[in-house]
Design a protein around this ligand. Structure first.
Ligand code: 4NP
Length: 159
């Protein structure tokens, strides 16, 4: 029996391109009764906005609807409340580690693509590029989320 759900937070800069995809993809792979997934941005440029059109489109192409998501900024309390906090790139990782107030909070924070090493460490920021960047980002995130969902179920939801 799991005493409580495992809570996973996906974090990028704007919370409109990469982390909404990561939230949607991981949610599509796990039991919502066991695993809770959310996303947030280290910056506050787009608070309250839906995901970027290009993220909406690539998710839709793979059968995932992320249109209900709304951008929010990461908060101090997220480091306390979540069990696993995945940064999309090194800059987001550094930001989260600066926010962490204890070793316990620091150990929750990691790079998403470390779940699929060896390979690139960062999910590249696709915001200023074209749609092919979003497709690449989708596949990188999908592979990492498969590893995370396997790990969560292998470990019987105990990390
Ligand atoms: P994200 O992409 O961090 O994957 O959501 C970005 C979204 C917006 C901006 C930068 C990156 N921006 O500068 O507004």
């Amino acid at each position: 029996m799991n005493p409580r759900k495992t809570k996973v937070l996906m974090v990028c800069l704007g919370n409109i391109c990469r982390s909404p995809l990561a939230e949607g993809i991981l949610k599509s792979m796990v039991d919502p009764g066991l695993i809770e997934v959310d996303s947030a941005g280290t910056a506050g440029y787009h608070i309250g906005n839906p995901p970027d059109e290009r993220s909406l489109a690539i998710a839709r192409q793979f059968g995932i609807d992320i249109s209900e998501q709304r951008c929010r900024q990461v908060r101090q309390i997220d480091l306390r409340n979540f069990d696993l906090i995945y940064a999309m790139d090194e800059a987001n990782l550094a930001h989260l580690l600066e926010m962490a107030r204890s070793n316990e909070e620091r150990t929750k924070v990691r790079l998403l693509l470390e779940e699929v090493s060896p390979g690139p460490r960062d999910v590249p920021d696709p915001y200023y590029g074209g749609t092919s960047g979003f497709e690449k980002v989708y596949h990188l995130i999908h592979e990492a989320c498969e590893a995370i969902s396997r790990k969560l179920s292998d470990q019987d939801n105990q990390l």
